[in-house]
Design a protein around this ligand. Structure first.
Ligand SMILES: [Zn+2]
Length: 253
């Protein structure tokens, strides 16, 4: 996220994370993520599934396993989704020695867009190249297209380098549809074996600058060495994108 966005946030208190994401400190018991020892194997390609995070509980009715959607899954036919890759152009977002946020999230966003289109959705990407798009334009796309959902994709950064994992942000007064998608995203991220944070609330411009349902996904922390190393691999980005597609598909059902 950008300092422009920070300026757009109306309510205090705010804490600036390393990538410039205005991270609103919520006095909720679910905000802190569990801190686990960093995985140490430098040659690790795919991490073992982490234990379930205590901050996130899947519904008791969750099936034990669910088959991958068939190629003929058209459950999003007629749905309009705006896929927003954060940052771009002169705004790199967060950085790590493995890559910049703007590059990582564009690749994830392209994979998400492709997956949603395979399920029949009409997808609009706010950017499909290394360009800077004003936040207002990103938000306006959701209204202009009458989107069923805007999903903004980012990678986080924090001074605490142990902070890690996949998280979802929704507006403070998020509508029911946004909450449902956020919950489905967390469930699918857990199913995909991603380490989890939780659902947070903040009035980011891309969440409140329009009247459509919206979520902002933080795919991991570039300030955390293990997250940054994983996000530098196409396999992991595909896994993250797959979880986002599955979550959107289920959340919009
Ligand atoms: Zn960002």
């Amino acid at each position: 996220m950008t300092r422009r966005l920070l300026a757009a946030a109306l309510l205090a208190p705010l804490v600036l994370a390393g990538c410039g994401t205005p991270t609103r400190v919520e006095p909720t018991p679910s905000t802190p993520a569990p801190v686990r020892p960093p995985r140490s194997a430098p040659t690790e390609v795919a991490p073992p599934p982490p234990p379930p995070a205590p901050t996130f509980r899947p519904p008791a009715s969750r099936p034990e396993s669910r088959p991958a959607p068939a190629p003929t899954d058209r459950s999003l036919a007629g749905r309009v989704v705006v896929v927003d890759a954060g940052h771009g152009g002169v705004d790199p977002g967060a950085r790590s020695s493995y890559g910049t946020e703007k590059e990582i999230v564009l690749d994830v966003a392209r994979k998400v867009a492709a997956g949603l289109r395979r399920s029949g959705a009409s997808v609009h990407m706010t950017r499909d190249g290394d360009v800077k798009i004003p936040l207002d334009d990103r938000a306006a796309a959701a209204d202009r297209l009458g989107a069923d959902l805007l999903v903004s994709i980012h990678a986080d950064s924090a001074e605490n380098r142990s902070a890690h994992g996949f998280g979802v942000w929704i507006a403070r007064s998020a509508r029911r549809e946004s909450v449902r998608v956020a919950e489905a995203l967390m469930e699918e991220a857990q199913r995909a074996g991603l380490s989890l944070r939780s659902i947070h609330r903040a009035d980011f411009r891309v969440l409140v600058g329009h009247r459509r349902p919206s979520v902002l996904v933080e795919t991991g922390f570039l300030s955390n060495d293990a997250d940054a190393r994983r996000l530098a691999t196409a396999d992991h980005r595909s896994r993250v994108a797959g979880a986002i597609v599955a979550g959107v598909r289920r959340g919009l059902r």
